[in-house]
Design a protein around this ligand. Structure first.
Ligand SMILES: Cc1cc2nc3c(=O)[nH]c(=O)nc-3n(C[C@H](O)[C@H](O)[C@H](O)COP(=O)(O)OP(=O)(O)OC[C@H]3O[C@@H](n4cnc5c(N)ncnc54)[C@H](O)[C@@H]3O)c2cc1C
Length: 402
């Protein structure tokens, strides 16, 4: 059995950030990753300015191989069924278009942690004094003993399942899939990430340029038909935007736990086990999850360092410290914050005000119709309750967290 102060499950950005804090504080940290590194990660790779700052401050300049082409993104373009479009630049200039295979591997290496790839977390037992982690490496069982475990294993987290076996049944699951097309003609500005607020296309519809191809992506409630949804979007892009694409050359998709950050239903773990990143439910508006993965990951690492220093239970530390990231993320979905503050990293109110009065009316109507698509999940009352709590107490209620 191998021993460490901390085992982190998953070698992604939240893991790199957590590991950086732990290694800097002198803790022996082992990261377990089920795939061989550098590993593929399905992602558009558009990092928000806050995420960009985090990478620069903690890991240094991003190497060229960790970027796709175009290497940067200016902002986001929203498109509406009424045929109004609006583009918003990110605050503070362009942001990097990360190639997740290499950016994540680079950040993990920069953290200085020991990495065991091709090693899949399978289960664990928290004895109170330490955690025994069971894993599989190339068909063999391996065991680790650690004082603390951090689950940074993404949306379909096995760490979450082993702490809360029923959790996966309590939340709605979405499927997001993207297909890569050769471009015949594409008038969509390649400097922007394009998103459609269109209930007829799906819950999440996007397109952007990457390495000479055009990505067309769709997100919808699990159970619908990917090919049919995607075909519908490609036809719409052709009819409405004049986009002409060749048949796709490859495709990919995965399950997403979209929802917990909207309704302040995060999962932070129990005893000596912390959950962070998207596994904990962090996801910003338009599915931007890298910046909150980095920040929540760093906080999970800091919580362990603090708990050790002060000889306090790690959950007590983590739940106090993570409240700031909960505010950052859940504010992005809070209607009061959207209306009266600037919770996002691009200026939606300014872009809206640039439109004519009639267009503004159409945009607000189309956005409302889009939101109605999510009615079946019954999030409205919980979002309103969380927004009121935020207004009265300056935070979100901790009792909603698992
Ligand atoms: C199609 C798509 C597009 C996206 N586009 C963007 C975007 O443009 N910008 C943005 O900011 N975010 C985007 N996101 C979201 C973003 O990718 C995630 O929010 C972010 O990667 C979460 O990081 P994480 O560290 O929490 O976990 P993840 O990146 O999900 O990584 C989890 C890691 O854990 C490993 N793992 C899983 N299970 C085990 C196990 N049992 N044992 C060992 N290892 C395990 C996985 O292999 C993986 O390496 C997108 C997501 C999707 C699906």
């Amino acid at each position: 059995m191998q021993s460490a102060d901390v085992i982190i499950v998953g070698a992604s950005l939240s893991a790199a950030a957590a590991a950086k804090r732990l290694v800097d504080a002198g803790l022996h940290t082992i990261i377990l990753e089920r795939q061989e590194l550098p590993r593929h990660k399905i992602c558009s790779g558009i990092l928000s300015p806050r995420g960009h700052r985090f990478l620069l401050e903690n890991f240094g300049p991003i190497p060229r191989e960790a970027l796709h082409d175009p290497t940067s993104c200016r902002g986001v373009s929203f498109h509406f069924p009424s045929r109004v479009s609006m583009s918003m630049d990110f605050f503070g200039g362009t942001t990097p278009h990360l190639h997740r295979r290499y950016s994540d591997h680079w950040a993990i290496k920069q953290s200085g942690a020991e990495v065991h790839d091709q090693t899949s977390f399978a289960g664990m037992e928290d004895t109170g004094r330490h955690v025994i982690v069971n894993a599989r490496r190339r068909g063999e069982d391996v065991q680790y003993r650690a004082r603390w475990v951090i689950g940074a294993d993404g949306p379909s987290s096995l760490v979450v399942r082993s702490v809360y076996p029923d959790y996966a049944k309590q939340i709605p699951w979405f499927f997001v899939g993207q297909k890569f097309h050769d471009i015949i003609d594409c008038p969509l500005d390649e400097d922007y990430f394009h998103f459609w607020f269109h209930p007829g296309l799906g819950h999440y519809t996007w397109s952007h340029a990457r390495d000479g191809k055009q990505i067309v992506g769709v997100g919808f409630k699990r159970g619908d038909n990917f090919d049919a949804k995607h075909r519908n979007v490609v036809k719409y892009l052709g009819d409405v935007h004049g986009v002409k694409l060749a048949e796709h050359s490859s495709h990919e998709g995965c399950a997403e736990n979209f929802g917990p950050s909207l309704i302040n239903r995060y999962v932070f773990g129990k005893g000596n086990v912390l959950i962070t990143g998207q596994a904990a439910g962090f996801l910003n508006m338009i599915g931007e999850g890298m910046s909150c993965a980095l920040h929540s990951g760093a906080i999970s690492g800091e919580a362990v360092v603090e708990a050790r220093l002060r000889n306090r239970p790690v959950q007590e530390m983590y739940r106090k410290m993570i409240a700031s990231e909960v505010r950052r993320t859940t504010d992005q979905w809070n209607p009061l914050k959207i209306a009266f503050d600037r919770p996002h990293e691009a200026d939606f109110p300014e872009a809206l005000m640039k439109l004519s009065l009639r267009e503004r009316g159409l945009v607000l109507r189309d956005m409302w119709r889009f939101v109605v698509l999510y009615k079946e999940f019954k999030w409205g009352r919980r979002i309103a309750a969380a927004a009121m709590h935020r207004l009265m107490t300056l935070g979100y209620p901790e009792k909603r967290w698992l």
